[in-house]
Design a protein. Sequence first.
Lengths: 327, 327
Amino acid sequence: MTLAISIDTIHAADARLRGHKRVTPLLSSPFLDDIAGQRILVKAECLQHTGSFKFRGAFSAISALDGPERARGILAFSSGNHAQGVALAARLHGVPAVIIMPQDAPAIKINNTRALGAEVILYDRDREDRDALGDDLAAKRGLTLVRPFDDPQVIAGQGTAGLEIAQQAADMGVTSAQVLVCCGGGGLTSGIATALAHHAPDMRVHTVEPAGFDDVARSLAAGEHRTNARTSGSICDAIVTPTPGKLTLPIMAQYCQAGLSVTDEQALRAVKLAYQRLKIVLEPGGAVALAAALFYPQHVTHDTVIAVASGGNIDDDMFLRAMNTAD
Amino acid sequence: MTLAISIDTIHAADARLRGHKRVTPLLSSPFLDDIAGQRILVKAECLQHTGSFKFRGAFSAISALDGPERARGILAFSSGNHAQGVALAARLHGVPAVIIMPQDAPAIKINNTRALGAEVILYDRDREDRDALGDDLAAKRGLTLVRPFDDPQVIAGQGTAGLEIAQQAADMGVTSAQVLVCCGGGGLTSGIATALAHHAPDMRVHTVEPAGFDDVARSLAAGEHRTNARTSGSICDAIVTPTPGKLTLPIMAQYCQAGLSVTDEQALRAVKLAYQRLKIVLEPGGAVALAAALFYPQHVTHDTVIAVASGGNIDDDMFLRAMNTAD
């Protein structure tokens, strides 16, 4: 079967993103190495513009549109990281962005998205059909929908993080490693896995999900789409989706190893350790890969593990909960 | 008068540090720009090894020693960031490090320094003479003292951050800016100012200190050394020293503009905003430059201000205090 993107799609996205994306550092701490009993490198995507990797995919998708299409504006559904990534990427292109959010989304997220210049349209989850609302708006205003993961240009944009990982690791003399990626719909994982398959073929990519929300791990094991029994109730909300993407699952099936999962408690401990030892702020969903690297040495097959820390948009209450987690 | 270092000293330090120092990113957020009413770029030295810029100077000094001297080992006095920087730099060179710390230093700092492989020797501030203890140890074991700032190779190591700033800013099209540096003894400021004078001559460097502990600002204004009335009682303890260095003050007098200062409250607000908007962890002393950039627009003379965020080794109680600071 033909995969949705090739390495060339990622290279093209990378060229468009140059000078706009932030090249995020690969961090480390001897204290984390001691806990894990192996070398851990952390790709700090929380330091990307808008606090998560989502900016890469959003900018890639918007920059890939033709001029008139882009000028009419962008539409996205999101109450979280994707919303902010799309809002800033649209602003940098000087084009309008409309973000459709549930009216019970946290005020801080609504305000942040508006502050980045987007028009936010709120809907009632119980009484309104989000997709119909979006279709109607798109038709009326000629807006182009940017999906959160199941879009070739979005996947290619996220894959630019994989190009950086291959280069930065090679600069440190690391060409063989396990690469753990926080996984929701699979856009980041499938992009990174494609990039590494071509630029660091001795690296092995694993998805990491919250325990109980491991649709990707089960789908990879089954060879077909599996769904989560529920999509709420995890503190790792940023990476909980009903099922893997139609485009992303075949890519992950081609390039990834067995999926891993961690508990909420382990994710919170990883948030705390990232704060203490790396001086970065992670949200629980952005810390699951680091948690797997720290707390599952039995899965280790390489001397080095690279954990992608995908986002840092955490609210104060959750951060305090992480700080108060037992060591 | 001849200054203690030249740009060549920094270039040589940079060559020795290559592959060992972390090239820290230059971060930004539209939310911070909105608060300040200007573009703010933040050099995130909290992401340097051991959580502060001190690693650069320590590694530079140790790597500049001749082989037999280095092999005998390193001595440092510090209860803070310098201790950890020296400990890790010595470990990376495979040589012993002895750190002399007051016995009432926080247990966490003593433990961190030991965990990095250093031998920690505790002394009683009231009953023992620290310098005599150090002289005795140095003589007996042939150890070389690495000073926290008043050493040409330490200053040159800190100056490598300035080389990075010049390059990273130029890559963004910024060649003219105000550069604000958190300043204690002046090692970081004088190193950065020397680097920028040669590689970004249109940038203007200002020291930033805690209000009430502005010995450098007063010394620069007076043209000779001034001292602080007290050296305890600031939450910005990492950057409080009795008086500027003998070597650093002439360099700062040559290259720097008038010194600025900020209140503890402003430093805490900067810690909070760095957590919220940049996803990095700063200590108050590492946040004073960002605080000046955010809250003193009246000092602004350029379109862009670059704030050096010098360190992130904050304890939980202080971080909670920052999170609870009013917006």
